[in-house]
Design a protein around this ligand. Structure first.
Ligand SMILES: Nc1nc2c(ncn2[C@@H]2O[C@H](COP(=O)(O)OP(=O)(O)O)[C@@H](O)[C@H]2O)c(=O)[nH]1
Ligand SMILES: [Mg+2]
Length: 303
């Protein structure tokens, strides 16, 4: 039992090792040997935090708290950051993957290529393994290849699928919810497009799908999850703002954390958007999806 968890933890440590170097390693190198937090040292620290993709506002806030105080010394910087990051993740809300008895709908959105369809395949597999009946709604009718890709994932995972080539995505989702209710599915996973002719059209389409879900299944547990690619760094924060305004997000999944040096976006999103990261993608295979545990993440970052 212990060995199993230890192994899991070591994997996470490996996954976030580049981020740990960018964020914790570089800050410690920049300030750890100093006597006091002089303006010069604080400037250095701020630069390092910004280049680790923590965001300008958050970096400035962390540095400001160290100004005009004498309690925390540069040698304590690691503990200081660890406490601050823990607090930020806790304040962003529960990271639990909630499932209720009855219907659960996961509405998955995000820009093109971030890993939405892959995430849906992995999630279907995860829920199937815990004995749930899973229905996938192929809401990306914009790209024919996206539906094919979903078909393959759904077969692999043992999930059912509703797809209608070139149909209006909202109508596909409508049909999926009817089917889920009639046939007692536990979970509906809604895939969506990430690129339409323009941003306005995409957001209008997502709003329409969201409104179908809200009207058709108000009793369902409804999760509205934004998928972000860890490698996009600060750009991810901008995406979170745009999607949040359109569809009122409830959580984030961070993909491609494997090898990324920009995993600090987890902290930036938690801080700026108050959105919990619930899932992390750590590879391309069906099993490469983990529930995000803030304590484990922090431990892995700081060792
Ligand atoms: N390394 C890695 N690659 C991933 C991960 N998630 C998705 N991908 C890859 O990212 C690419 C785009 O994924 P896709 O699901 O089609 O993105 P979508 O356009 O948002 O639906 C594919 O090549 C996936 O294999 C991950 O967690 N790690
Ligand atoms: Mg897709």
């Amino acid at each position: 039992m212990f060995g199993f968890f230890k192994d899991k933890f070591n994997n996470l440590k490996q996954t976030v090792s580049n981020t740990a170097q960018m964020l914790v390693g570089n800050v410690t190198n920049a300030v750890g040997q100093e006597e006091e937090f002089s303006e010069f040292v604080l400037d250095d620290m701020e630069d390092v935090l910004i280049s680790a993709d923590l965001g300008v506002g958050y970096a400035a806030e962390l540095v400001d708290k160290l100004r005009n105080q004498t309690k925390i010394k540069p040698a304590d910087v690691k503990k200081y950051l660890k406490d601050e990051f823990s607090k930020t993740l806790k304040d962003a809300g529960s990271t639990e993957i909630n499932i209720q008895d009855g219907l659960n709908i996961y509405f998955i959105c995000g820009v093109n290529g971030v890993g939405k369809t892959t995430l849906i395949g992995k999630l279907a597999y995860k829920f199937r393994n815990s004995g749930k009946r899973v229905l996938i709604a192929a809401g990306d009718t914009f790209r024919a290849a996206a539906e094919e890709q979903l078909d393959i994932w759904s077969k692999r995972a043992g999930a059912s699928i509703v797809r209608r080539d070139k149909a209006d995505p909202a109508s596909v989702v409508y049909e999926a919810i009817e089917k889920a209710k009639a046939e007692n599915f536990d979970i509906v996973l809604v895939d969506t497009a990430g690129r339409l002719q323009n941003k306005f059209n995409l957001m209008e389409e997502l709003k329409k799908i969201k409104s179908v879900i809200d009207k058709k299944a108000p009793e369902a547990l409804r999760e509205c999850m934004l998928v972000l690619d860890a490698n996009t760094g600060q750009n991810g924060l901008q995406q979170a703002k745009v999607f949040s305004e359109a569809v009122n997000l409830t959580s984030v999944a961070l993909t491609k954390l494997d090898g990324s040096a920009k995993g600090a976006i987890v902290l930036a999103v938690a801080k700026e958007m108050k959105l919990p990261v619930k899932l992390i993608g750590v590879g391309e295979k069906m099993e490469d999806l983990k529930e995000f545990n803030p304590d484990e993440f922090i431990e892995a970052l700081f060792e």
